[in-house]
Design a protein. Structure first.
Length: 354
């Protein structure tokens, strides 16, 4: 994939955010009147023009009916079980929903409606504990080793969600991904040099001048996604090798040493990424790719929209947005859905078997 193509895709993907516990927070609290509301309006508002001179409103579809389904790839049988979020409607684009899971809770942010939600997860049941008006709109959410909830606007500043429902600005910019094991994080942004946070202090990492062909240090030339799985850092992006930029998934330790990387001509997903004990799971819109821990391909699952029970009469876009891994190896798959009545919905699935 040439960098020009990657840039177009990246601009569509505008990445994530968040920050570390004890990271030198600014004292100013923003959005001090944050709304904490346990009741979310699940009514669907039609996107059609209500002016009498315009076409008649599109019939409302309402909350989508959710069903379990199974799919096989690479010798694994994956089971997808829906977790009912109560009809979350919002979002303006395919990149408005972002989520993370930690210690029995799922944290979800909707940039379009400028809300951040907290759910208690029990198997395949979700109970909403809070709905915070963040007033900013975040593109990435991550939970660190101390259980702090950290969010980012993308290119702008990151924030922490405090216990009282307010958000405090952090001294970091761009997309921040935290380790759940220790005080470590990686900050990335499209064509900016990745940095790391150790013990609350931001510093350089191993990749430098990634947007400069003449002075680049390391293969990385553009970042689409960064996830920390245990002691491994996964970066989906373009890597320069033999004069060619190709989209690949690279795996590194905290010091930046390369542990594994997909082959240049091997298909891998760029819209969601994470790793279980059995290997790497990634997604490209509605297709899932499985790789082993050495980045060797295992198989793929195509057309998730159909497998989930939807067709073009109800769903126009079924876009896998995030993977988060639970303590038992289960994967929480967040999906952005655009429906034919012009409304949006966030769907969450518990995925087991890989």
């Amino acid at each position: 994939m040439k960098r020009t193509i990657a840039l177009v895709l990246t601009l569509c993907l505008i990445l994530s955010v968040a920050a570390l516990a004890g990271c030198g927070k600014k004292p100013t609290i923003v959005n001090a009147n944050s709304n904490v509301d346990s009741n979310v309006d699940s009514n669907v508002v039609s996107g059609a023009d209500t002016d009498a001179t315009q076409a008649a409103p599109v019939a409302s579809i309402g909350a989508l009916p959710l069903t379990s389904f199974t799919a096989s790839a690479g010798g694994y049988d994956l089971t997808f079980e829906p977790i009912d979020l109560g009809g979350l409607f919002g979002g303006e684009s395919t990149h408005d929903f972002t989520g993370d899971y930690a210690d029995g809770k799922y944290y979800l942010s909707d940039k379009g409606s400028k809300k951040t939600y907290v759910y208690a997860i029990d198997g395949t049941s979700a109970t909403q504990e809070a709905a915070h008006d963040d007033g900013v709109g975040f593109e990435k959410i991550t939970v660190n080793h101390a259980g702090d909830i950290l969010l980012s606007q993308g290119i702008f500043e990151a924030y922490e969600l405090l216990d009282d429902g307010t958000f405090t600005e952090l001294p970091f910019r761009h997309d921040l991904e935290c380790s759940k094991l220790e005080d470590f994080a990686v900050i990335t942004w499209v064509n900016a040099d990745p940095t790391v946070i150790h013990d609350g202090v931001e510093g350089e990492w191993v990749f430098k001048n990634i947007n400069d062909d003449e002075n680049r240090v390391g293969k990385l030339s553009m970042v689409f996604d960064c996830e920390i799985a245990g002691e491994r850092v996964l970066i989906g992006g373009t890597y320069m090798e033999d004069g060619e930029d190709n989209y690949r998934i690279g795996v590194f330790d905290y010091d930046g040493n390369e542990l594994a990387m997909t082959d240049p001509d091997d298909s891998a997903g760029y819209s969601a990424l994470n790793e279980t004990e059995n290997g790497i799971i990634s997604a490209n819109v509605g297709t899932i790719y499985l790789h082993d821990s050495d980045c060797k391909p295992l198989g793929r699952i195509d057309d998730l929209k159909t497998k989930a029970g939807f067709d073009s009469n109800t769903v126009s876009t079924f876009w896998v947005q995030d993977f988060a891994v639970g303590s038992d190896g289960e994967v929480y798959m967040l999906v952005y859905v655009s429906k034919t009545d012009e409304t949006k919905e966030a769907l969450l699935y518990k995925v087991t078997g890989f």
